[in-house]
Write a protein that binds this ligand. Sequence first.
Ligand SMILES: [Zn+2]
Length: 107
Amino acid sequence: MIRPKKIIILNLVYKIRWVDKAIQIGSEAQGWCDFENQLIVINKEATDQVVAEVFLHEINHALLAALDLMEINEVDHEQIVSRISTGFCTIWKQNPSVFKWWVNLMK
Ligand SMILES: [Zn+2]
């Protein structure tokens, strides 16, 4: 499957840059979201499961920013994004047929 190169998040086009581990993303992170430059960066060498969760995680950063729901302090924002992403990944993974149905409602 070809990796997406961009994603539209509430009308904002984010470029997605797939980097290899060598270009470490700083700290231990497998990805990051740069709101100012509308850029999402993801470690393409991570396992599929990690990529799936990181992808959702970075999208949630962009979504909360677009909704103007950035927290007063950054820790809270990170916590919200992490928990929603993990929760949603789990729900989606455990209910693939439900989401096949759901995605069709959007067409
Ligand atoms: Zn994060």
